[in-house]
Design a protein around this ligand. Sequence first.
Ligand code: UFG
Length: 331
Amino acid sequence: MKLLVVGGAGYIGSHTVRQLRGAGHEVAVFDNLVSGHAEAVPGGVELIRGDLLDAASIRAALEAQQPDAVIHFAALIEVGESMREPEKYYRNNVVGSLNLLAALKDTRPVPLVFSSTAAVYGTTDAVPIPEDAPLRPESVYGESKLMTENMIRAFHAAHGLPYVILRYFNVCGAAPGGEIGEAHKSKTHLIELACLTALGQREKMMIFGDDYPTPDGTCIRDYVHVQDLADAHVLAVEALHAGRTQAATYNVGLGRGFSVREVLGAVDEVVGTPLRRELAPRRAGDPPRLVADPSRIQAELGFSPRFTDLREIVQTAWDWHRGHPHGFGEG
Ligand code: UFG
């Protein structure tokens, strides 16, 4: 298959590009490099520098590449920033996705795999969370993803555009080998921050609240390794291409959760010294427990994650950060 990966220079996109190539597919990347890194795109993969907000550039890329399917990762992802700058998030995530959908409809109505998020559920009592749980995003970021999901469903209904929507839980880790990994410009994710703290780039870890209704009082999340998530994209795009699915939405998680304290404990073990940590007030908008019910993707796509051990997951993140303490391009 020939694939166009929009946002393929980012964290999850670049891991997926590698897994797609490993599965024998031909790949081109379309990315504006605002948060992606050219260094994350492997040699032999064409990098088209373009922006979904420039509708002509994505049309030209589809016409030039003639892909069999498109995978769409390109989005801004910071919940806090989305609340301060909603226009930026609606424009980039919703208008950008609309431009892509219109270009697909007009030029090449091939299947689409879309990156969505557990943030579309908001706070929920469901444990674990099935795909048909109520959708009540609490941030502009989550809302922008839900709006895009709804646009995709409407394009499917009206124009037959096949799709798979993947709702990611907490993505973490790095490809074993340490060549690529998480390198966000603004750091908010727990495991990345803990690794940077272990490297001495931050003084201490803050634990955002220990009075949640969970066994140790800290928030519980379903951590999914980025390489397993990349495999989920390969499974999704192959099922679409083979006609085994036309329209499906899946949670991508493991169905088990770890608390903030458990994650920091695993980082201590991997790094070999205890991180300094300090209790801080709750962070606004953090639900106590977000754990996926992944049974649908397991049953329908055969999703079977390989990274189930928290220490192993953290080890891959640590190997990447230790080898690249300043992300891409600086060692
Ligand atoms: N946390 C800390 N200290 C830190 C950083 C995080 O205690 O320095 C806590 C958070 O409060 C939260 C947990 O660690 O309880 C995980 O936080 P992350 O920021 O790593 O991840 P989130 O669960 O907030 O968000 C992630 C993605 C979002 C996505 C969401 C869906 O970053 O894009 O999962 O579940 F929407």
